[in-house]
Write a protein that binds this ligand. Structure first.
Ligand code: AHG
Ligand code: MN
Ligand code: MN
Length: 330
């Protein structure tokens, strides 16, 4: 008897009083994941590698697959009126549907394709998603509905496009996180990792060390303590793939810490709060781990703009706590 499918798991977990709207949103997110996984698989011979010839709001060259993945997310919610509007890494403004003024109370934020630098080298990629309920009001969702702390997410997670395609999601108050692996032969995600808790006392530290000249003294000392095996939490190996979702998924399963610290030319770091750090922070906390911006709990941050960036220290609870305390040392 195969393991439960993702859809069966979603339906089994939904509160009995629920109307199924959030379940349908999660089901559509899994559809987007399956569609994007297929595009990635075939991109090489369909001429869909490489640059799209456009620059996104982040000032980054968009890859063709960034644009295609963004379109897929937009399309899967077209016929789901409970989703009022969308926020995407690839779009400067809120994305509305023609009937958004008559749509429901959910909004979805996403990084449609994370780790785009890995596209042409057949490296791991991901999609990250965050679901919020609007703060209230009628008609089209407003910016204030998007600018919410991660603690208010109603669902959060990611899809990892690696040798296998894996769907990970969590909801508030869950203890232990589940991962579902795509069986391409039947197009279904099956539960393969039940109640994941981030291991403590082992794993890797994951940071782009080439940024060392742009770190503060405190960050240099913190990373050096890991590199030299002097961190009080114990020795950690070094791993860095350049795709946040892949580096985070390894940390979720094997333990350790992922860091994207502030840089001299980017005082709030590179990663975006609403559709990268915030959803992964809820996954990390529900798996017994932690996530901080270097001093505050990441899920408590109040974003002031759609593409706000934040430093990210995320992983095993003891490792993140060690990092925050080390960063305080003068
Ligand atoms: P994206 O491809 O969505 O822009 O995200 C890339 C991010 C993240 O995936 C990764 O952790 C980080 O960029 C890597 O940045 P560096 O190349 O500066 O290390
Ligand atoms: Mn990203
Ligand atoms: Mn991206």
């Amino acid at each position: 008897m195969p393991n439960p499918t993702l859809i069966e798991h979603i339906l089994k977990s939904q509160p009995h009083e629920a109307h199924g709207e959030l379940s349908r949103i999660l089901a559509r997110l899994s559809l987007a994941g399956r569609m994007i996984a297929q595009r990635i698989l075939n991109a090489g011979f369909l001429g869909e590698h490489g640059e799209a010839g456009s620059v996104n709001v982040q000032g980054e060259e968009q890859q063709k697959l960034d644009v295609l993945a963004n379109e897929i997310f937009k399309r899967v919610f077209e016929t789901l009126p409970s989703v009022n509007a969308l926020g995407s890494e690839e779009c400067e403004e809120i994305m509305y549907y023609p009937d958004s003024d008559r749509r429901g109370k959910y909004i979805v934020l996403f990084d449609p394709l994370d780790g785009s630098g890995n596209i042409d080298i057949n490296g791991s990629l991901g999609s990250i998603f965050s679901v919020h309920r609007r703060r209230g009001g009628e008609g089209r969702a407003e910016l204030g509905d998007f600018l919410q702390p991660g603690s208010r997410q109603v669902a959060a997670g990611y899809i990892l496009y690696g040798p296998a395609t894996v769907f990970v999601y969590t909801v508030p108050g869950q203890t232990g996180v589940n991962a579902f692996t795509l069986d391409r032969s039947v197009g279904e995600f099956f539960l393969t990792h039940r109640d994941i808790l981030i291991p403590e006392g082992k794993g890797s530290y994951s940071v782009n060390e080439s940024n060392e000249p742009k770190w503060t003294e405190e960050v240099r000392n913190l990373v050096a303590s890991f590199r030299r095996g002097e961190a009080t939490v114990g020795k950690r190996s070094a791993r860095y793939t350049g795709a946040l979702v892949a580096d985070f998924h390894r940390t979720l399963l094997k333990g350790g810490i992922f860091l994207y610290p502030p840089l001299k030319d980017r005082p709030r770091g590179k990663l975006r709060y609403l559709y990268e750090a915030s959803p992964l922070a809820m996954v990390a906390e529900n798996a017994g781990g932690a996530a901080s911006d270097g001093s505050l709990r990441l899920l408590d941050l109040e974003p002031r703009e759609l593409h706000e960036r934040c430093p990210l220290y995320i992983g095993s609870k003891a490792d993140v706590e060690y990092a925050v305390s080390k960063l305080r040392e003068t």
